[in-house]
Design a protein. Structure first.
Lengths: 283, 157
């Protein structure tokens, strides 16, 4: 028996690149606290944000401006995918309907996803943006998520608190990586400055949704932290805060309510295709 | 050999110069009537090596004669590079991988970073970062300006 067969024999799971994946929370004490409201929705929203942005970032692999950046964006995507697996597993457990991470990632339809619009919109490498646009999104998103995770480290659900504590340093690396690119491009050539500015103008209408009221975290507090981070980066990069209004919503609803942009259906089609074509396949 | 001795000799699949104990991901090994429970923790949330670590631990313990092996994962307290032992740091350096410094907060760098990592080959501190992200989630890629060799650096987490 070679090492590969050994992995498959012992891990009773279907999806992986080359191995069976165990449930990422194997062995963790999973008792669900009875007095925490909105835990399923909260884990689902944060899990979906990470899953969808991981999918977007992975689209850059082999298309980034340089090889190191292929590796960097793929690594960031991998961190987010790990966070998504933990959060979706926890969401399924709290829901108690027998849905695991795979069922939540691959077998829900568009209206059941709870991610914000910011992570699903096309920001390159295809139409809709370029590398600078992707970096603009990554700066805003990782600054926001780091602020949220920092506050969730003390959450009443010990599993969510542990997932947040695990993610904090990963997100700090993502934020720093994005900030360094924003400074390099914003304070670079005339062309790089123009494209960095255009990148922020592209993503800015989707920023307000991040700060919609949330039962788990004080979003006004998160907003002031994110504002000060982003302003510091803009200052160092010689950029101005964009003056564009928020994206329109449907009766006030957006991604957190399951109302998505046109890009979402295409993204899910690509992400879910194999699992739905070959249910239970393993390799 | 005790179950702990067997488990602590298992090597990390991505950093095979280190055992899981030296890497600091082996948190606990308990043994009762030939039944072993091993507790490990992931380095990064998305570390793809966790499943392999579990399989390697199980295989080694079964081969050592233990009849029943359970591998558990814990998330808290979260792993940081401070969990890497002194022996582990020395072995990393000997294998040409610069070991991490002691962990401080990951700061937001808005000016060129002043951190210097000593070259694990020639010891020079005249080195520079080529890429913050490397061949695995836990490593960055650096180059020495004196001996001109690129080297990996296990970055602080």
């Amino acid at each position: 028996m070679n090492a590969y067969e050994d992995l498959l024999d012992h891990e009773d799971a279907h999806w992986a690149f080359g191995t069976g994946f165990a449930d990422p929370l194997t062995g963790v004490d999973r008792a669900v606290p009875s007095d925490v409201d909105g835990l399923f929705e909260g884990c689902l929203a944060l899990g979906d944000d990470a899953l969808v942005l991981a999918q977007r970032l992975a689209q850059w692999c082999s298309r980034a401006p340089e090889l190191e950046e292929d590796v960097a964006l793929a690594n960031i995507a991998l961190d987010l995918l790990g966070q998504a697996r933990l959060l979706l597993t926890r969401a399924g457990e709290v829901e108690g309907a027998g849905r695991g991470e795979d069922a939540l990632a691959y077998l829900r339809d568009e209206r059941e996803f709870r991610n914000v619009h910011l992570v699903e919109i096309e920001c390159g490498p295809l139409v809709g943006g370029d590398f600078a646009t992707t970096i603009a999104r990554l700066l805003v998103f990782s600054s926001w998520r780091l602020a949220v995770f920092t506050r969730l480290c003390g959450h009443a659900d010990p599993v969510l608190a542990a997932i947040a504590a695990k993610g904090v340093k990963e997100l700090a690396y993502h934020r720093d990586h994005a900030a360094q690119w924003v400074v390099r491009l914003g304070d670079g050539t005339e062309e790089s400055h123009r494209r960095m500015t255009a990148g922020f103008e592209r993503v800015w209408p989707y920023v307000p949704e991040l700060f919609d009221a949330d039962p788990m975290v004080d979003m006004a507090d998160v907003r002031s932290e994110v504002d000060s981070v982003v302003d510091a980066v803009f200052g160092a990069a010689g950029l101005e805060r964009p003056s564009v209004g928020p994206a329109s919503r449907v009766n006030g609803r957006a991604g957190r309510a399951g109302v998505h942009t046109e890009a979402m259906g295409y993204l899910l089609a690509e992400m879910q295709y194999v699992h739905r074509s070959l249910p239970g396949a393993r390799w | 050999m005790t179950a702990y001795e067997v488990a602590s000799a298992v090597r990390d699949p991505e950093l095979p110069v280190l055992t899981l104990a030296e890497l600091g991901v082996l948190r606990d090994v308990t043994e009762e009537d030939g039944r072993v429970r091993v507790t490990i923790t992931p380095t990064y949330s998305g570390c793809p090596a966790v499943a392999e670590m579990g399989a390697d631990l199980r295989r080694s313990l079964l081969a050592a004669g233990y009849g029943e092996v359970e591998v558990r994962t814990v998330l808290a307290p979260a792993w940081t590079t401070d969990w890497i032992t002194a022996d582990g740091r020395r072995k990393l350096a000997e294998a040409g991988i610069a070991p991490p410094g002691r962990v401080g907060p990951v700061v937001l760098n808005l000016v060129p970073p002043t951190r210097r990592v000593a070259c694990p080959r020639c010891g020079s501190s005249s080195t520079r970062e080529l890429s913050r992200f490397g061949s695995t989630a836990c490593k960055a890629l650096w180059r020495c300006s004196d001996c001109a060799e690129p080297f990996e650096y296990l970055k602080e987490l």
